[in-house]
Structures are given as C-alpha cells and as structure tokens.
Design a protein around this ligand. Structure first.
Ligand code: ADP
Ligand code: MG
Length: 430
C-alpha cells in the first residue's frame, strides 16, 4: 500500500489483544469501520494471518468513546458490537435500508420516483412491467427495493420477491442441475410482485432468457407486478431476445439521470444525518461540486472524508476535503471514466462489449476483468465497491483480490507488466 494510505488509515488504528486471543482493531465509529472494512480489512487480515499464523482472529470494533469535539453526536457504539454483518434483508430478499423515505427526490429522478410510488400503491394495476433505467450508482436498486418494502409495509401478506438477475440465473442453474426447474418457476410465478435487478445481465444467457420469458408471461397474464431495472433502455440491451426486450417496454419505462448540484448536496445532507455525523456546509458543497458522476461515488467520498477525520481525530474542514479528494491517485474518475477503461481493456483483449461484466469465466475474460479492475482502482481512483458494481455487480472483495493478483503478476512477469502498462497508456490513464 502507498505510504500515504498507510499514514492515513493504518497508522492511526489502535490494535489490541482481546481476551480470546484475537486481534481487535478499534475504530471511532461505524462509518469509519465500514470504510476500513471495504477498503483495507482484507489486506490487514491477510497480513495478520501471515504474521501470526492464526486464522480468523481479527476483529474490527467501534470505540466506546465518541471522537473528539462535536463531530460525532452519535450514540457511541458498544465495543462488543461486531461490524461485519451482512446488510439486513427482509423476507422476499429486499434490503430494508432502501426505502422511499430516504430517497432524495430531485429533477433527475422525480419521474421515476413518482412512478415507483404509484406502482407500490397499486401493484399490478398501473404500469406493468415497471422498468427503471439509468447509469451506475444512480438509485435504481434503491428505488426497486423501496417499492417492495412499501408493498410489504402496507400488506404484510403480500408475496414479494427481489432477485438480482444473477441470482435468478444461479437459482435456475441450480434447479436445472437438480432437475427442479418447474419447481423453481412455480415458486417465482406464485409471487404478487417480482423485482429483477440489473436485467441487462440476461445478455448472452439463452436458457435463462427462455425461462424468464415464461415466468414473465405467467406473472403478466395474471396481473402481477413486475419491476425491472437496467442500465440500458429496453431496446438497447444487446444479446437479449427481441420478444423479451419488447415486453420490457410494454408498461412504463422511467429513467434516472445524474443528480444536479442541489440534489447532490441534499443527498449528502441526508447521508450525514443518517450516519449522525456533522459536516460543515462548505464541505458538503465542495464534495458535491467535485463528484458529479453518481450517487454511490458521492456517498463514498463523504464516507472517506469522515472516516479519515474520525480516525485521525481531526476536524472535517474544507482544507482536509480538498487534500483528500484531490490525492485519490492520478486522474480523477471524471477525467477517465470507468466506461473508457472497460472499453479500452475489452478492445485490447478482443472481447465483445458486455463480456467484462458478464458472468462468463474463460481464462481470457477473467484476466481482462482483473486488469480492468486494477486500472480502475489505480488510475481512476475508483473505490472497490464501485468497481465491483460497475463490472457486473461483483463483491468488493473480488476487486480487492483482483488488484492484488495483478499487482503481484506485474512484479513477477515483466511481459505482463508491459502489457498492463501499454493498455493503461492506450486508455489515456498512464
Ligand atoms: P444503481 O442500482 O442505480 O447502480 P443504487 O440504487 O445502488 O444505484 O444507488 C447507489 C447508492 O446511492 C445507494 O447507497 C443509494 O442508497 C444511493 N442513492 C442513489 N440515489 C439516491 C437518492 N436519490 N437519494 C438517496 N440515496 C440515493
Ligand atoms: Mg443496482
């Protein structure tokens, strides 16, 4: 890791031995913990395992003492509280942290939001299917979950199911292997509301498309609500059968655009409020001005700043924000976008568009994907979670692993290093 990262994040940590022999790292608050968890915990854990010869004996815990000053008005988190826990899901697979109340409405998403609320109020009756489309990190998954949550809130008996396209595919593959396709389809068809997230990932999966087509028709014919999200407009999803794409457009298609400056500030305010952190207005405005690409990165920047301030016990000032947001490695994400990197890497490896994000795992695709992740991390300064999300909704730990693999190969194999450097230069990041 860079000296700078080390000084910013690792040095201020307070490790201590726990009574059960584990190593505990104390951090000031939850936000800080989640930042470290997403960005550094795997590295720390590997280092600790290597150094100590013990496995699974590392814990990240929140400090009982609130950080200095009034920065954290938060109720202190109990030291025993484990940080690593999966996000809470409600029955049906909906993430309960995503609801209408914490979705900030602005001109960029007003239409999609209003339509989503209408769908939640009268599932199956108004817009079927309801198709939300928009770029990465703009709130599609959030809105789709909010619909499901609102429906269950008003009718606890409603049968609702949230599936990512990948889990739909995986469950189908599983069912095929166990000769239980019909059972799987029946289960999905019994739903009152089916949400399928990131439907663009159906591309190239013919069997899944076939089965989804039947599920879609069954639900549609019996007036059950279908909600789909995608980063492409129905007719522009390549590699998906026309009869499916057509159906996607039968109901209402609502798009979400990038938020304008006021909405970005409002989103930051809401986030700060939810996390119980106080952030000066000028810092919010600065962050909102710097990060105009998507909401996930916007939130990520705020998390990073406040995690830094709390860990280093300093005030979150405009100067600090300037320093931290401009040193996130090389070019800023806006200069060379993740899309450009994906395109450049695909071209170099001779892949078709979309292959990088798809599930397929030939050796070539896997290598290209790792290289793309590495360049996105090191030359576009993108966060691990946002890279994972961008490349097909992969887990951040996959990205962490990929970057480590590429880093190591670059050291071991000069030809590999030349290749990566050439691709990087070609994309314009080098
Ligand atoms: P997508 O599915 O379009 O890639 P997500 O729904 O996962 O994006 O949103 C990324 C992050 O941004 C989530 O944490 C989500 O809560 C947040 N977010 C997006 N739009 C809004 C909004 N309008 N108000 C509040 N949070 C938002
Ligand atoms: Mg999403």
């Amino acid at each position: 890791m860079s000296d700078e990262d080390f000084e910013s994040w690792i040095e201020p940590m307070k490790p201590r031995p726990a009574p059960d022999g584990a190593l505990e790292i104390t951090v000031p608050n939850r936000l800080c913990a989640s930042w470290i968890e997403e960005n550094f915990l795997d590295d720390i854990s590997t280092a600790w395992t290597e150094a100590s010869g013990q496995r699974n004996t590392l814990r990240l815990v929140c400090d009982e003492q609130p950080a200095q000053g009034s920065l954290f008005a938060d109720e202190p988190v109990k030291a025993s509280q484990k940080v690593r826990k999966p996000p809470a899901r409600r029955p049906g697979g909906f993430l309960d942290r995503y609801d209408f109340d914490n979705f900030v409405v602005g001109p960029s998403n007003q239409f999609a939001h209003a339509a989503a609320r209408a769908v939640a109020g009268q599932p199956g009756a108004l817009y079927n299917p309801f198709f939300i489309f928009g770029g990465v990190g703009l709130g599609k998954t959030h809105l789709a979950n909010a619909i499901g949550n609102a429906i269950v809130d008003s009718d606890p008996n409603a049968r609702v199911l949230f599936l990512s396209t990948d889990s739909f595919t995986n469950q189908l593959i599983d069912a095929i292997a166990r000769n239980r396709v019909q059972e799987f389809k029946n289960r999905v068809r019994r739903m009152d509301v089916l949400v399928v997230d990131d439907i663009q990932f159906l591309a190239g999966r013919e069997r899944t498309q076939e089965e989804f087509f039947h599920v879609f028709n069954a639900l549609y014919d019996s007036g059950k609500q279908i909600v789909l999200t995608s980063d492409k407009f129905p007719n522009e999803i390549q590699g998906v059968e026309e009869r499916l794409c057509n159906r996607f457009g039968w109901g209402l298609v609502a798009d979400i655009q990038s938020p304008d400056a006021e909405t970005r500030v409002a989103i930051l305010r809401r986030k700060a409020q939810a996390e119980h952190i106080s952030v000066p207005d000028e810092v919010m405005s600065y962050v909102a001005a710097q990060i105009d690409s998507n909401v996930r990165d916007l939130e990520g920047a705020l998390t990073r700043l406040s995690a830094y301030a709390s860990l280093n016990r300093c005030e979150l000032t405009l100067d600090l924000a300037r320093k931290l947001l401009t040193t996130s490695g090389g070019n800023s994400p806006q200069e060379v976008g993740l899309k450009d990197i994906a395109t450049g890497v695909s071209r170099h490896f001779g892949l078709r568009p979309g292959e990088l994000s798809a599930r397929r795992r030939t050796k070539k695709v896997a290598e290209a994907r790792q290289v793309a992740m590495f360049i996105m991390r090191n030359h576009a300064g993108a966060s691990f979670p946002s890279i994972g999300e961008f490349l097909g909704g992969r887990d951040h730990s996959t990205v962490v692993h990929a970057c480590r693999v590429v880093e190591k190969k670059r050291g071991d194999d000069p030809r590999f290093r030349d290749m990566v450097d050439t691709v990087t230069r070609m994309i314009g990041c080098g």
